[in-house]
Design a protein around this ligand. Structure first.
Ligand SMILES: Nc1nc2c(ncn2[C@@H]2O[C@H](COP(=O)(O)OP(=O)(O)O)[C@@H](O)[C@H]2O)c(=O)[nH]1
Ligand SMILES: [Mg+2]
Length: 400
């Protein structure tokens, strides 16, 4: 990723779905103007979803996802279908590609139901119009990847769907006003990446700057002197959740304090659902199955927390020996009901859609779900203070 690129998780994700040989890959190539995807008349050529971040006019920064056909057969086929479903979890806007010579089949209709259930805006692209045109209705467009017919029109339709698809949620901007000062506490320990800040910290600083506010960063060890040096009381202190215990002692009670994880839980996930789940931590017994889910596969800091620290903290807090399972990257159980609790990472590499979809799966299965920051805050007895900024969520905690 180049330094000036839009963070992938912040881009509108456009997924192309449909039957094998409908022309998904050809249409992806026509829309992007690049040979992004393998086109083949052998069915089932695309095996894994292919993802690419790019600028797509008139939309701007997007991620294009080309998926394998949903009608794949055999064991390998099942895996491909599963991967296509995982791609759907990240998709902000879906393009259902249909071979106009064949028309909508049952599997296409099932996909449409799936789009609706996930509230994913979609458009049907009847492809291969060069072979004979299918009259397109309101939700559809007739295109030819081969002749490049109606490709610009398709892009415009996708762009207009995108307008409503990305939420207007902000990380902190709605909590502060131009002129405010915000203090960010960023401990630099062995788990901090060398020479840089992590994504949630960068994004929070940017959101503060965009709001015409001042961001002051310090380590936990310099927090007291930093606060003492300020002529004006900061509007808010945001800390790394691992330092929350110490930081909460150093920040006077009249200054609101929260953590990056709480802010990101609100930004990408569902803070109320996540806070509700925290109570389960106090009910864990020997042998209870707990899933620790991470959004990325390569983040050393998270790995450390997820596979080592978090299980240790939970055992200590619950005074029990639960049974931990771990997933990472795009893996996430379709049916998580076997778990008593799901502890998810902050999800800095996942887009909002995916985070919402995971929380949705868990709550539908009746499984409480929390994130690292909320777990840490709860186990240190400081959850209340870290969500005091959000009265509606605080109410939920008090009602438990
Ligand atoms: N006539 C015609 N053939 C097309 C068109 N789009 C794709 N194809 C052909 O359909 C076959 C399958 O295309 P592909 O993009 O690999 O389909 P996918 O399996 O849905 O990704 C290939 O032989 C393409 O050349 C089109 O607009 N018109
Ligand atoms: Mg393909």
């Amino acid at each position: 990723m180049g330094l000036n690129d839009t963070v992938s998780a912040e881009r509108v994700h456009i997924g192309f779905f449909g039957m094998r040989n409908a022309g998904k890959s050809s249409l992806v190539n026509a829309v992007t103007g690049q040979e992004l995807a393998v086109v083949s008349d052998v069915k089932g050529t695309t095996t894994d979803p292919v993802k690419k971040a790019m600028e797509l006019l008139p939309l701007g920064p997007v991620v294009i996802i080309d998926t394998p056909g949903i009608d794949d057969e055999g064991e390998l086929g099942e895996l491909r279908i599963k991967k296509a479903k995982q791609a759907l979890a990240q998709t902000d806007i879906a393009v259902l590609v249909v071979d106009s010579q064949i028309g909508l089949c049952e599997k296409d209709k099932a996909l449409i139901e799936e789009f609706k259930a996930r509230k994913t805006p979609y458009i049907i692209a009847y492809n291969k119009s060069d072979l004979g045109k299918k009259e397109a209705d309101e939700n559809a467009i007739s295109v030819s990847a081969k002749d490049k017919t109606n490709i610009n029109e398709l892009k415009e339709r996708i762009a207009s769907l995108a307008k409503g698809a990305k939420s207007e949620k902000r990380i902190v901007a709605d909590l502060i006003q131009s002129g405010d000062t915000v203090v960010l506490v960023i401990p630099i320990d062995e788990s901090a990446p060398k020479g840089r800040l992590i994504l949630p910290q960068q994004q929070t600083i940017r959101d503060i700057l965009d709001s015409g506010c001042t961001a002051i960063c310090c380590r936990d060890t310099e927090l007291v002197q930093t606060l003492d040096s300020l002529a004006k009381k900061p509007k808010l202190v945001i800390t790394d959740s691992q330092a929350f215990g110490r930081v909460s002692k150093d920040v006077p009670d009249d200054i609101p304090l929260t953590s990056f994880s709480i802010l990101f839980a609100r930004y990408k996930g569902d803070l109320a659902e996540l806070v509700k789940g925290a109570a389960m931590l106090s009910q864990i017994k020997d042998g209870d199955r707990i899933l620790i889910a991470e959004g990325c596969t390569h983040h050393r800091q998270c790995n450390d927390i997820g596979t080592v620290k978090m299980p240790g903290w939970i055992e200590k807090f619950s005074n029990a020996k639960p049974n931990f399972s771990f997933t990472s990257g795009t893996e996430f159980p379709e049916n998580p009901e076997e778990f008593r609790l799901i502890v998810h990472c902050g999800g800095c590499m996942l887009n909002e859609k995916e985070m919402q979809s995971r929380i949705g799966k868990a709550t539908q299965a009746g499984v409480p779900v929390i994130n690292y920051g909320i777990a840490i805050a709860h186990m240190n007895g400081i959850l209340r203070r870290s969500i005091a900024l959000f009265p509606d969520v605080l109410k939920i905690l008090e009602q438990q």
